[in-house]
Design a binder for this molecule. Structure first.
Ligand code: ADP
Ligand code: MG
Length: 246
């Protein structure tokens, strides 16, 4: 069986006027099915760039992303869209729910895009029960709290049975208790469903939940997690987050 994800020599350069930013520099690692992986690092280190490459939302300057053994650089634009819809689930910082729809309708949406089927509704209700929202099914999503919205986003991310669920700072907009509960919920879903999660965070309270931590510094994957450089930049980043949250 191939790894669920293999990232090989991933490099991304952005041009800015005359200068170039190397946002990712030769990053390689692989992830097995059911792993709960955190990608950590300070602000600007390249975490979102990495997640966008894995999510096939942007293409690398150099290097490759293999998902379930498929070399994704071989896919054309149309194939990438359907491959993404089939293989990947996304959870964002601001849950990106459609407020005109109910909780249940939001969860069903990715399945409807993939094509109609008989079991979708039953599965969506079951997922929403698992994330503790069985009594909110028919509420509009502008009537629920931030923590509840992320629970809906988790159910929506899982409804297509993706190979990987990708989440970029999914708790960045939540208070620390709610944030901890959301990470624990994702971890329990990973174990219950043998579901692979790759989650970007800079919040060290979550590190203990990871099966594995990939630390990014200046676009490179480094081994040490709790090193001093990270500690220093952590506080600044945390203050940024508080500003956004208030
Ligand atoms: P993180 O998610 O860890 O905060 P990013 O991946 O967003 O970091 O950014 C990594 C680096 O790449 C930063 O220096 C950022 O300014 C730069 N960068 C990100 N996206 C772009 C872009 N679209 N154009 C130019 N520079 C970018
Ligand atoms: Mg980011």
């Amino acid at each position: 069986m191939p790894s669920v994800l293999e990232v090989r020599g991933l490099t991304k350069k952005y041009s800015e006027g005359d200068s170039q930013v190397k946002a990712l520099d030769n990053v390689s690692f692989s992830v097995e099915q059911g792993e709960f992986v955190l990608i950590v690092g300070s602000s600007g280190s390249g975490k979102s760039t990495l997640l966008n490459m894995i999510g096939l939302l942007d293409s690398p300057t150099r290097g490759k992303v293999f998902i379930d053994g498929m070399d994704t650089s071989k896919l054309d634009d149309n194939q990438i869209s359907s491959f993404r819809n089939k293989k990947l689930g996304f959870i964002f910082q601001f849950s990106n729910l459609l407020n005109d729809l109910t909780v249940l309708e939001n969860v069903l949406l990715p399945r409807q895009i993939a094509g109609s089927d008989d079991t979708a509704r039953k599965e969506a209700v079951e997922l929403l029960r698992t994330v503790g929202l069985e009594d909110q099914l028919h509420k509009r999503t502008n009537k629920i709290s931030g923590g509840q919205a992320q629970r809906v986003a988790i159910a929506r991310g899982l409804i297509t049975h993706p190979s990987i669920v990708l989440a970029d700072e999914p708790t960045g907009n939540l208070d620390s208790v709610t944030s901890e509960n959301i990470v624990k919920l994702m971890k329990s879903m990973a174990k219950k469903l043998n579901q692979t999660f790759i989650i970007v965070t800079h919040d060290r309270q979550h590190f203990g939940h990871a099966d594995r931590v990939v630390t990014i510094r200046d676009g490179r994957a480094v081994d040490e997690t709790f090193d001093e450089t990270f500690d220093e930049t952590f506080d600044e980043t945390f203050e940024d987050t508080l500003e956004v949250a208030t």
